[in-house]
Design a protein around this ligand. Structure first.
Ligand code: UD1
Length: 420
């Protein structure tokens, strides 16, 4: 296993380009199961999670290969409908093969995903949605076993206790593209990655309206065809670089970004005193001024993203004064607090809230990464800390950030990878 060694205390300056969005490429690859024709996915990020999805597609009868930042998907066998536990258990997002398999083959058997360190993460909304389309669902031996003679469009309310669900919206939308008649999803997730998936489905011949709003309408069609499509930039990666500029008191130009996807973070950073210039396809983030603390609460899009909560907390941990960070999507997503406190941060957890008392300085320490975004938060902490920080179990980072240490080193960081 690899670890990252970071020598902190260097301001980051320069330009960086963000990769394609992880949360787009995974469901979009799953959507290729809706057709037997070839598909080409461009601007695909080379990530551990992308490779896991390619392995799942191959196990489901596809040929799927990277060439540079493109993925070519063709069909070898078109009747495979079982997504195996060993593959699905390594990545929750693989559950989004359920909708396309059911849509195309009218049956699917997909391993029931387990929980993870950020919480229990149920799939009740996914199952409710596909049942509303007429599928029969059974949970048997750890698998979700589902089939339907015919899928029929329906008017479905998909809101849950914590608001909308990204992958449940994706799953139901994909199944509905090949259902008979019209499906309306109310309380649909509005995340840009859901819109990206819908746009890809439209390129495949699906009839979808309202993507990006809480009401998505899908008029079922008989079949979908192959398509070529370019993935949107990763707003979470872009946000992580924005926070890297702010925390190291540097200036970073982030290229290839759609800044409209980052308005909640931009708003918080501006309130904190970070200067941000928004140009078409570019953000210039200047963190050289003295910052002040601001509160943040995670919410479904366009609210503050839970996937940037840990990284934002790290910035507040070194911003003198008090702030409260509340988690409304995953109330247990606070694994990073203990590690940040080991570096000298002063953060207390009270249920779904973290009370952060900003300190002047963090000091480098050996740390353990627990999940993807918490790992990114520890990297930010290492960048600003005095001395040496070693982060173990960084395979989490490789799941969702393409060449993170290479990109950071180009901006002036001092990071290297070592075998443990
Ligand atoms: C997606 C993202 C993940 C992000 C999350 C929230 C991908 C691959 N992953 O995950 O990075 O952190 O959105 O923005 O796109 N819920 C239920 N029942 C369900 C499904 C979800 O109660 O059937 C709850 C979840 O526990 C959570 C909330 O709904 O509290 C939102 O989760 P959801 O949007 O489904 O997350 P994912 O789609 O799994």
């Amino acid at each position: 296993m690899d670890k990252l060694v970071i020598f902190g205390g260097r301001p980051l300056n320069g330009e960086v380009r963000v990769s394609g969005a992880k949360n787009s490429v995974l469901p979009i690859l799953a959507a290729t199961l809706l057709t037997d024709e070839p598909c080409v996915i461009k601007n695909a990020p080379y990530l551990r999670d992308t490779n896991t999805m390619l392995r799942i597609l191959r196990s489901l009868g596809k040929n799927a290969e990277f060439s540079n930042d493109k993925i070519h998907v063709t069909t070898r066998e078109s009747d495979k409908f079982i997504a195996d536990y060993r593959l699905v258990s390594t990545m929750r997002a693989s559950f989004c093969v359920l909708g396309p398999l059911l849509g195309k083959l009218k049956k699917a058997k997909v391993s029931y995903p387990g929980g993870c360190v950020i919480g229990i993460r149920p799939v009740d909304l996914h199952l409710k949605g596909i049942e509303a389309l007429g599928a029969e669902v059974k949970i048997e031996s750890g698998y979700v076993n589902t089939q339907a003679k015919n899928l029929k469009g329906n008017h479905i309310y998909l809101g849950g206790e914590f608001g909308s669900s990204v992958l449940a919206t994706d799953n139901v939308m994909m199944a509905a593209t090949l259902a008979k008649g019209k499906t309306i999803i109310e309380a649909a997730a509005c995340e840009p990655e859901v819109t990206d998936l819908a746009n890809f489905l439209v390129k495949m011949g699906a009839k979808i309206k309202g993507q990006g709003s809480p009401r998505i309408e899908i008029e079922g069609v008989k079949q979908l065809h192959g398509a070529e499509y370019s993935i949107i930039p990763d707003r979470i990666e872009a946000g992580t670089f924005m926070l890297a500029a702010a925390i190291t008191k540097g200036q970073i130009t982030i290229k290839g970004v759609i800044w409209e996807h980052l308005l909640a973070l931009i708003d918080k950073l501006e309130q904190a005193g970070v200067k941000i210039k928004k140009i078409d396809g570019k953000l210039i983030v200047n963190g050289k001024r003295r910052l002040k603390p601001v509160n943040a609460t995670t919410l479904p899009y366009p609210g503050f993203p839970t996937d940037l909560q840990a990284q934002f907390m790290t910035l507040m941990a070194v911003t003198p004064g008090a702030s409260i960070i509340s988690e409304k999507i995953y109330p247990d997503r606070f694994m990073h607090i203990a590690e940040l406190n080991r570096m000298g941060a002063n953060i207390k957890r009270e249920g779904p809230h973290a009370i952060v008392q900003g300190v002047k300085l963090l000091s480098g320490a050996p740390l353990m990464a627990s999940d993807l975004r918490a790992s990114a938060a520890l990297v930010l902490a290492g960048l600003v800390a005095r001395g040496k920080t070693e982060i173990s179990r960084i395979y989490h980072l490789d799941r969702g950030y393409e060449n993170l240490e290479v990109k950071l080193n180009k901006l002036g960081a001092k990071i290297h990878r070592e075998k443990e």
